[in-house]
Design a protein around this ligand. Structure first.
Ligand code: NAD
Length: 492
């Protein structure tokens, strides 16, 4: 793969109504290579006029017979074709992602591109399986008249899909694949840090044969393009993945407008090691749970709870893993951990580590940024032996920072794990089925893993309890998120 050749072909315009277009204002913003801090490209800075054009195109496409009345098998066929094209462009898409987001090239290929193809194929299958029911009604008025009802699931309309920068391509596909399978049309807004693969995805959808206007991409900032998209009256449904802070703003606006909304938000996921767990397995599992994707994972296992007797051994083992990780460019095969996504995010993470230290957390490994132009933060392990109320225990860091605490009994650790405003993911590490199930039963989280962490699948519902969100993605449940129920009542 020639990165130079790839750079010559980076597409930086928005994709609206079947074509690449510049921002109405002509403005652009820079996107960077987080491993070097170098500017990669200037991308169209979409604002409300561009959002209006994209939503207008999506609305026209929704109202035409070309999409929502297309036979479901044909929609399925197009999604399968898009999956094939995504796979055929694996190196290009993965290189764009690694260049712009910083993750390891192998992960970009396997998770961003491979995962996207898998999600597209799974959701393609749903296009032909959306169904309602028939109901015999009891009330009969006037006397002698009977009624029978049927329900249909009809597409919700124009979907505004707003996604974050941690898995730019995959998060976009998590939203567009089910929305398109259900017959909705979409305006996708990628994060301003990582817009490049979304633009290519829309181009590939066009190449696959999706009618124009069915999938549009507006690149731009959250407060301008994102906010205008959420507010637009022709948007019927908003699906958002990002921070709880922005989720609250979007949720409030959608409440005001009585607009359908799904929110996939932040997390502070606990990793609970039970005393029968082999310490080697706990060390490997907990290190993967926090350091995967450089900690920039909504379900990152960022709070570790370890039986007091094994605290030093397990925390010391994870610190040794952290010390051994090779940091560098995602394109370098020796690299085991890449940079954080932006200088701003790096500074935020470093600030949170410093605050944790000032509040009494003991830095066992890492503890700050790597000097240089790239946005690297050392994998960091903080021991909180006296379970102080550190902000690191409460707040989402979204970086490679683990805070570890000892515990004495199961009730204590369940209470500690649940004492968070978040409830996205959790894991329990044990070989004892009955104890695993006791924890599963009592943990407040949308996903509880047993002897694994961060595993997701298109067939498995995913979403949050509490401030981690509203609604579920993936699996059968996703059909409800992108369709409305229409009851049809027959008199006879
Ligand atoms: P963010 O909330 O800052 O931004 C997410 C997206 O929202 C971006 O596209 C941004 O431009 C847009 N946005 C920002 N302000 C907006 C506004 N006022 N109106 C409309 N759109 C707006 O989040 P981020 O920093 O990009 O991503 C990190 C966060 O995402 C973390 O909190 C993480 O936990 C969360 N996340 C959650 C999941 C999940 O499935 N639950 C998955 C990945 C990431």
């Amino acid at each position: 793969m020639q990165i130079r050749q790839l750079l010559a072909n980076i597409h930086t315009q928005m994709f609206i109504d079947g074509q690449l277009v510049s921002a109405h204002s002509g403005k652009t913003f820079a996107v960077y290579d987080p491993s070097s801090g170098a500017e990669i490209a200037q991308v169209a800075d979409g604002e409300s006029e561009d959002v209006a054009a994209a939503v207008g195109a999506a609305r026209r496409a929704f109202e035409s017979d070309a999409w929502r009345r297309m036979p479901p098998a044909q929609r399925e066929h197009l999604l399968l074709k898009l999956a094939d094209l995504v796979e055929a462009h694996c190196d290009e898409l993965a290189a764009l992602e690694t260049l712009n987001q910083g993750k390891l090239f192998g992960f970009s290929k396997m998770l961003e591109v491979g995962g996207s193809a898998q999600w597209l194929r799974y959701m393609a299958g749903w296009a032909t399986k959306i169904e309602g029911s028939t109901i015999d009604l009891s009330l009969a008025f006037p006397p002698g008249v009977r009624y029978q009802a049927s329900t249909r699931r009809v597409p919700a309309g124009v979907v505004a899909a707003i996604v974050p920068w941690n898995f730019p391509l995959l998060m976009a596909v998590w939203k567009i694949a089910p929305a398109l399978a259900c017959g909705c049309t979409v305006v996708l807004k990628p994060a301003e840090e990582t817009p490049l693969t979304a633009i290519r995805l829309a181009e590939l959808a066009h190449e696959a044969g999706f009618p124009k206007g069915v999938l549009n991409v507006v690149t731009g900032r959250g407060e301008t393009a994102g906010a205008a998209l959420v507010r637009h009256p022709d948007v019927s449904k908003v699906t958002f993945t990002g921070s709880t802070e922005v989720g609250r703003i979007i949720g409030a606006q959608c409440g005001q407008d009585i607009k359908r909304v799904s929110l996939e938000l932040g997390g502070k996921s606990p990793v609970i090691v039970l005393d029968d767990c082999d310490p080697r397995k706990a060390i490997e599992g907990a290190a993967n749970a926090i350091f995967f994707n450089h900690g920039q994972v909504c379900t990152a296992g960022s709070r570790l709870y370890v039986p007091r007797a094994k605290f030093s051994e397990i925390v010391g083992g994870i610190a040794a893993v952290a010390d051994s990780l090779v940091l560098g460019s995602g394109f370098d095969e020796r690299t085991q951990m890449g940079p954080l996504v932006s200088a701003r995010h790096r500074d935020r993470v470093v600030g949170m580590i410093a605050e944790g230290r000032a509040q009494g957390g003991e830095i066992v490994s890492g503890g700050g940024a790597v000097p240089g132009d790239g946005y690297f933060v050392k994998p960091t392990v903080v021991a909180n032996e006296h379970c102080k109320p550190l902000s690191l225990v409460r707040d989402e860091v979204f970086g490679p920072v683990l805070v570890a605490m000892p515990y004495d009994d199961l009730d204590e650790v369940i209470a500690a794990a649940n004492s968070s405003e978040y409830g996205l993911g959790a894991s329990v590490w044990t070989n004892q089925l009955d104890r695993a199930l006791q924890v599963v039963d009592r943990i407040e989280a949308g996903t509880v893993w047993v002897n694994s962490h961060n595993m997701v699948d298109p067939a498995m519902p995913f979403g949050g309890f509490k401030s981690s969100g509203v609604g579920r993605e993936h699996g059968k449940a996703i059909i409800d998120a992108y369709t409305e129920t229409k009851s049809v009542c027959f008199a006879y």
